[in-house]
Design a binder for this molecule. Structure first.
Ligand code: HEM
Length: 66
C-alpha cells in the first residue's frame, strides 16, 4: 500500500524526503527517483522537491531525545 505522506508516524525533514525520493525502497512499489539509481530526477530537482515537501508537510512527530 502507498503511504499517506500527510500522516507519517516518523519525524520528517529535508534529508528524510530527499533520501526517500532518491533511493525509494527496493522490493516495494516505492521507486528510486535519483539519476544515480536509474531514476528520472537530478539532484537539484530532488532537493527542490524535498524542500517543497518539507514546507507543505510539517513534521508531525518531534523526537523526544532531541
Ligand atoms: C515524489 C513522489 C514520492 C514521494 C515524495 C514519496 C515518498 C515516500 C516516503 C517518504 C515513504 C516512506 C513512508 C514511511 O516512512 O512510512 C514512501 C514509501 C512508499 N512509497 Fe513513495 N513516494 C513517492 C512516490 C511513490 C510512487 C510513485 C509510488 C508507487 C508507484 C510509491 C509507493 C510507495 C510505497 C509502496 C511505499 C512503502 C514502501 C515500504 O516501506 O515498503 N511512492 N514514499
Amino acid at each position: 500500500m502507498v503511504p499517506d505522506l500527510h500522516t507519517l508516524t516518523v519525524p520528517t525533514d529535508e534529508l528524510f524526503w530527499s533520501t526517500w525520493i532518491s533511493y525509494g525502497r527496493s522490493g516495494s512499489l516505492m521507486p528510486a527517483f535519483a539519476k544515480t539509481e536509474n531514476g528520472p530526477l537530478t539532484d537539484i530537482q530532488i532537493a527542490s522537491l524535498a524542500a517543497y515537501l518539507n514546507a507543505v508537510i510539517p513534521s508531525h512527530i518531534t523526537n523526544s531525545i532531541l
